[in-house]
Design a protein around this ligand. Structure first.
Ligand code: NI
Length: 160
């Protein structure tokens, strides 16, 4: 297991636009495996490549239904609205209220560069939006309504 260092809020790499993946290479496959390991180790539900310092359009997500790898993802449909707390591994221990669509359909490539499509509602829709924003250099903290607040992760886990 190779863990990568998660870059924290304020690190310039988090505010840059990531580049599309043109071809899958052994190095990028290793990056994806490392991103999954790093995400699980940090108990996160999503991680974007810029968060480990790599400006490539790659995202990993797992909201509890198994790992999702998105290469060059695009939101092709969204609807509805959800208001709820959101957090980010680059802003540890904090959360804030963000409004997102309640349904999101994403088109992407998988680790084999085959086309995939995912539909997400609720937390998965939120994760798609949040992680894809990272690829544009956008942090959720800019979308927070009201104030960021501290989170007790243990309590949150018990609620789920
Ligand atoms: Ni994040």
């Amino acid at each position: 297991m190779a863990l990568r260092t998660i870059r924290l809020e304020g690190d310039p790499v988090l505010y840059k636009t990531s580049r599309p993946v043109k071809e899958m290479t052994p190095r990028l496959r290793e990056l994806i495996v490392d991103m999954l390991d790093t995400m699980y180790e940090a108990s996160g539900v999503g991680l974007a490549a810029p968060q480990v310092g790599i400006l490539k359009r790659i995202v990993t997500i797992d909201v509890g239904d198994g790992p999702i790898v998105l290469v060059n993802p695009e939101i092709v449909e969204s609807s509805g609205e959800q208001v709820g707390d959101e957090g980010c591994l680059s802003v540890p221990g904090m959360a804030g209220q963000v409004t997102r669509p309640n349904y999101v359909k994403v088109k992407a490539l998988d680790i084999h560069m085959d086309e995939v499509e995912y539909e997400g509602e609720g937390l998965l829709a939120r994760a798609f939006c949040h992680e894809l924003d990272h690829l544009e250099g956008k942090m959720y903290t800019d979308l927070v309504e009201g104030e960021l607040h501290q989170v007790n992760y243990d309590e949150e886990e018990e609620e789920e």
